[in-house]
Ligand binder design. Structure first.
Ligand code: NDP
Length: 325
């Protein structure tokens, strides 16, 4: 049976994304065939499309989805046909009606979580889980800085950091986004398109600075993040929404108070099955307990993925976005 997927044959703007007929076939050893009910949209998808993160072409695209297991390959023990599952990571190919995927990347989706929410929360939620619970363990009373606070990772991170007892300072580009971030746990929001971030952070923290800066914006906010940290603070540069961070001198960390710097990625925190399961359990716990609400604020037909990319890159989206096959 013919299914469809979004694929691209050359890097470029959203127009390179094409809706194509694909022949998925039967799952090989260790794989399952998954029928997506919802697919996740993430900023990293734009890095693959533009070539910032190079991939062999032609290629599928997308790293996240939720759906039902349709067929099981040899050796797969923990899943059976009909299981509700979700994932983040693994081979590209998430923008598809049906796909093959390594079974060890899939986790069971709790019955109380819908496919749309599952597809919206896995990549951004697991990312928030490792950022706040592994890279730097947020403590009650910490001041934390979260850039793009009304975005997908941002809204989850604001709620989760607040639930951990932190004082949350967010940044956004507009008043509307600031209001949304405040409604999701941000104690203070700085409009970083209008106001210098670091002096405001000093003012808000009584001169001390933040314990950790979570920076998914990259080039435009890098120095403001470093200048916002307290001595021995942790700079977590985890994304490039405004462009990649250029090379810098290690002494810049020394001069600002022996700062720590890391440039993490989700795959390294979920490469082992046990690590993936532990993080997913923590994520499902905060969502099922109501501490973190997953906000699916935009929904597009999967075949209109190019439009979703345009809106994401034009900063028109808030919270999470799903693509429906
Ligand atoms: P978002 O929903 O946060 O969208 C990106 C946001 O970045 C925009 O809404 C915008 O918010 C802000 N932004 C600032 N400058 C720009 C710019 N020049 N162009 C476009 N947007 C800009 O995306 P995600 O939640 O999917 O991802 C957030 C970040 O986290 C991304 O950088 C992503 O790559 C990274 N990430 C990293 C992972 C990792 O493991 N390393 C895993 C998952 C995500 P505003 O208008 O308020 O400025």
């Amino acid at each position: 049976m013919t299914n469809h997927a979004i694929r691209f044959h050359q890097t470029g703007g959203p127009e390179v994304l094409q809706w194509e007929a694909v022949d998925v076939g039967a799952p090989g050893p260790g794989q399952v065939r998954l029928r997506h009910h919802a697919c996740g949209l993430n900023y990293i998808d734009t890095y693959h499309r533009t070539g910032l993160y190079p991939v062999p072409l032609p290629s599928g695209i997308g790293l996240e989805g939720a759906g039902v297991v349709e067929a099981v390959g040899e050796g797969v023990q923990h899943l059976k046909i009909g299981d509700r599952v979700a994932y983040a990571g693994g081979p590209l190919g998430g923008y598809s009606e049906v796909r093959l995927i390594p079974a060890d990347r899939l986790v069971r989706l709790p019955d109380a979580i819908s496919f749309e929410t599952g597809a919206a929360m896995m990549l951004q939620g697991l990312t928030t889980a490792y950022l706040l619970r592994r890279t730097y363990r947020v403590q009650p009373g910490d001041n934390v800085l979260i850039h793009a606070a009304a975005g997908g990772v941002g809204l989850i991170a604001c709620q989760w950091a607040k639930a951990l007892g932190a004082t949350v300072i967010g940044t956004t580009s507009s008043e509307e986004k600031a209001a949304l971030a405040r409604a999701h746990g941000a104690d203070h929001v700085i409009l970083y398109t209008k106001e210098a971030v670091a002096p405001k952070v000093r003012e808000l923290t009584g001169g001390e600075g933040v314990a950790v800066a979570y920076d998914g914006v990259g080039k435009d906010t890098f120095w403001a993040s470093l200048d916002s940290l307290r001595p021995l603070g942790m700079m977590v540069s985890f994304g490039n929404a405004s462009g990649a961070v250029p090379a810098f001198e290690a002494l810049e960390l020394t001069n600002r108070g022996s700062l720590f710097f890391t440039r993490p990625k989700l795959a390294d925190y979920t490469g082992k099955r046990a690590d993936l399961e532990a993080l997913a359990t923590e994520l499902f716990d905060v969502v099922l307990s109501g501490k973190v609400k997953i906000e699916v604020k935009q929904t597009y037909a999967l075949k209109h993925a190019a439009q979703a990319h345009r809106d994401l890159e034009a900063r028109k989206t808030v919270g999470s976005t799903v693509l429906i096959p």
